[in-house]
Design a protein around this ligand. Structure first.
Ligand SMILES: [Zn+2]
Length: 309
């Protein structure tokens, strides 16, 4: 079976101010890494734009229209203190959501075994009605809802190992028993949510906060005991990964000490689970990761593992 890679040059046209960590060079670094010969078996496809109805699977129409109207013709416009729109942002975020949806389509129809969307900006901080933390549209949430509405998936699990808590996914799925959202993240850290006690209305929110300085051993223990254990009970039809790589030890925005091999380990765990429970169906969307070397090494380890399927 094969692995699908979604990408698009429009992702580089979402501009942020000089010195902003969420910058086009992130994707340039990922593209350079995935250009290596070992990645030639990937099926590469350009990301299409998601239409408004699809984005509205996770956001109210008024919010989506407000984002569309906020897009500037020139310069940068601030949406919150660290989330800005440039003239190219709207296309980038529509293709980011579209890539997640295309990944779901290809995996749910069995065309490919799994898929990775190498798009930016990330999405997991975007709440139903709030852009924040570099994020506008919640790609993982849109992907989960699309799997349900278009492909009849009953239960979908979103596993988030970005170093920041995905407050957006937690907000969107708080009162939804059909979507499990499970996250490892550093705490305390932005955005401040993600305590163990935050479990959702139906116990389908699973938070595994990690102390600053935690390394791979602590991460793996939490991933195994909190997330994998809960996943077994939940029985998803699709596993979506919010794949942020800012828990890497080199990352400047946080203080966890993971190595690329830890992300490969977690990828393998989820693939083994998916192989036993849901036909091996895994969709992975890029979230954070702000040290270019740490990001490149981690994406290589992640995608290399996905290709083992
Ligand atoms: Zn992050």
């Amino acid at each position: 079976m094969t692995t699908l890679l979604l990408h698009h040059p429009a992702t580089l046209e979402h501009k942020t101010p000089t010195g902003h960590p969420e910058r086009p060079d992130r994707i340039r670094a990922v593209e350079r890494t995935l250009a290596a010969e070992e990645f030639t078996p990937l099926i590469r496809r350009l990301a299409e734009k998601a239409d408004t109805d699809t984005i509205c699977l996770a956001h109210p129409r008024a919010y989506v229209e407000a984002i569309q109207e906020a897009a500037p013709d020139t310069g940068l416009v601030g949406i919150d203190s660290d989330t800005v729109m440039s003239p190219g942002t709207l296309e980038a975020i529509e293709r980011g959501a579209g890539a997640a949806v295309q990944a779901v389509d290809a995996v749910m129809t069995g065309e490919v075994q799994n898929a990775f969307s190498a798009m930016r900006p990330p999405g997991h901080h975007a709440e139903r009605t709030k852009a924040m933390g570099f994020c506008f549209y919640n790609n993982a949430a849109i992907a989960a809802r699309h799997a349900q509405t278009k492909h009849g998936a009953g239960h979908v699990a979103i596993i988030d190992w970005d170093v920041h808590h995905g407050n957006g996914c937690q907000d969107i799925f708080w009162a939804d028993k059909t979507v499990l959202y499970a996250s490892t993240h550093q705490m305390p850290l932005y955005p401040g949510t993600g305590a163990l006690s935050e479990r959702g209305d139906f116990d389908t929110i699973v938070n595994a906060p990690l102390r600053p300085g935690s390394g791979g051993e602590t991460f793996r223990e939490a991933f195994e005991s909190r997330i994998m254990a809960r996943l077994e009970d939940f029985g998803p039809d699709l596993v979506i990964i919010s794949a942020g790589f800012d828990a890497h030890w080199r990352d400047p925005l946080a203080n966890l000490r993971l190595e690329a091999e830890d992300f490969a380990w977690a990828t393998r765990k989820l693939m083994e689970f998916a192989g036993r429970h849901c036909g091996g169906r895994v969709v992975s969307v890029l979230e954070g990761g702000y040290d270019l070397q740490g990001l490149s090494d981690s994406v290589a380890a992640h995608v290399r593992t996905l290709m083992e399927a």
